[in-house]
Design a binder for this molecule. Structure first.
Ligand code: PLP
Length: 399
């Protein structure tokens, strides 16, 4: 008998779970966009967004999703024909490179595959060869949601500096902001892009571009900038409507205020990171035990290279799809599909699934997801090691 009735849980890496309080704040009559409390409230969002990204730079708020963020960020700093270097550790890095190419930017991609981090020697070789500094920016994805690989941004910055190269460092933090530790200024990131529907706990619909002084200097000569994507009026507008280049995304902004209250003012961003890390470690502990006797295997073998927001699992085709379906139909939990690990028409595609532990999640939700996966493994007679839930609970119970 299916046991899916009750509250469902979308455990995919975005859109993530929206807190009731955020939904509640959005359940409101349309606020006045010319006068009144919304205008003052919006001013309070900027410092709190910067606190999440750990930057003293500026931030622009846009209506759009992550793909919009990729284009907007590029259009603010690059000109047609410019060269950029993209460091790919999964499908999202490749996606950002494709966005660049579509804008008329010449993107060189260093693809590090789906299971390992950056090889900084390769990065440094490319940058050192670029004596005339044609490469305008180095772009990477902090945590690639397809592979669940996380890269060491501070080490990448050090590598760029050692190569004595002036390229901007642009980082996609769409899946990591508000999940994995990220320090924009300390790590020397010039442009950070993020979106509302992952660690920031809102529905899809907003994206954010954080930029520093160096990126703003590059912006002055970027010929791809258009009036709509231009970050200058958005980050520093004298008039309210210029912040959004038109009608403000009223209800998303109401929700964002509450989400930032929760992240910055109530829990504190360091605690948010720690919560994600601990929940992630409980997931990895369970996967290690299941994998000890059977086909379950984490895609990323080195713990330091794992995202704390999502874990990509390879269980062999067709078991990934079978398990996802069983879990959704019988328990009310939806797991993430394979993304970029194999082509969608390749049978191997059905070997993967992803577990999100991103955003508004806590111990009971994460242990619940692990519990229903355990049930699915048993129901489908998929061999697996015993004691995974004990191992996960042991992580949770340690102070
Ligand atoms: C989700 C995601 C994106 C794309 O966001 P969309 O809103 O789907 O366009 C880009 N990069 C990363 C790392 C993501 O996780």
């Amino acid at each position: 008998m299916p046991l899916a009735n009750g509250r469902t849980y979308l455990a995919i890496p975005g859109p993530s779970v929206v807190p009731e309080r955020v939904l509640g704040a959005m359940h409101a009559p349309s606020p006045n966009i010319y006068d009144g409390p919304l205008i003052d409230m919006v001013d309070t969002l900027y410092p709190d967004l910067k606190a999440v990204a750990k930057t003293g730079g500026q931030v622009a708020i846009y209506i759009g999703n992550g793909h919009g963020a990729w284009e907007a960020a590029l259009s603010n700093v690059a000109s047609r024909g410019d060269q950029i270097l993209v460091l790919a550790t999964g499908a999202f890095g490749i996606g950002w490179a494709e966005a660049a190419t579509g804008l008329g930017i010449r993107a060189k991609v260093l693809d590090f595959g789906k299971q390992s981090g950056l090889d900084l020697a390769q990065v440094s070789a490319v940058l050192s060869k670029d004596k005339s500094h044609k490469i305008k920016a180095v772009m990477c994805v902090h945590a690639d949601t397809a592979t669940s690989l996380k890269i060491d941004i501070a080490a990448l910055r050090a590598c760029i500096d050692q190569s004595d190269h002036p390229a901007l460092l642009m980082v996609d933090c769409i899946a990591s902001l508000g999940c994995d530790a990220f320090e924009m200024d300390k790590w020397g990131v010039d442009v950070t892009v993020a979106a509302s529907q992952k660690g920031l706990m809102l529905p899809p619909g907003l994206f954010f571009i954080f930029f520093n002084e160096k990126a703003d200097v590059a912006h002055k000569s970027a010929d791809l900038t258009t009036p709509y994507w231009n970050w200058t009026p958005r980050a520093d507008a004298d008039k309210f409507y210029r912040k959004f280049c038109g009608t403000a995304p009223t209800h998303h902004l109401l929700g964002l205020r509450v989400a930032l209250d929760m992240l910055v003012k109530e829990e504190g961003i360091a605690n948010v990171w720690e919560r994600h890390e601990k929940l992630a470690r409980s997931v990895w502990a369970a996967l290690d035990v299941w994998g000890a006797d059977g086909p379950v295997a984490m895609n990323v073998k080195t713990p330091a290279l794992r995202s704390c927001a999502v874990t990509t699992v390879n269980i062999g085709a067709p078991l990934g799809t079978k398990l996802r379906k069983w879990v959704e139909e019988n328990t009310g939990v939806t797991l993430g599909i394979s993304l970029g690990m194999a082509d969608a028409d390749d049978p191997a595609w059905h070997g993967y699934f992803r577990i999100a532990h991103m955003g508004h999640v806590n111990a009971h939700m994460t242990l619940g997801v692990l519990g229903v996966i355990e049930a699915g493994l048993s129901a489908l007679d998929i061999p697996h090691g015993r004691g995974a839930l004990d191992a996960a609970a042991a992580i949770i119970s340690k102070a």
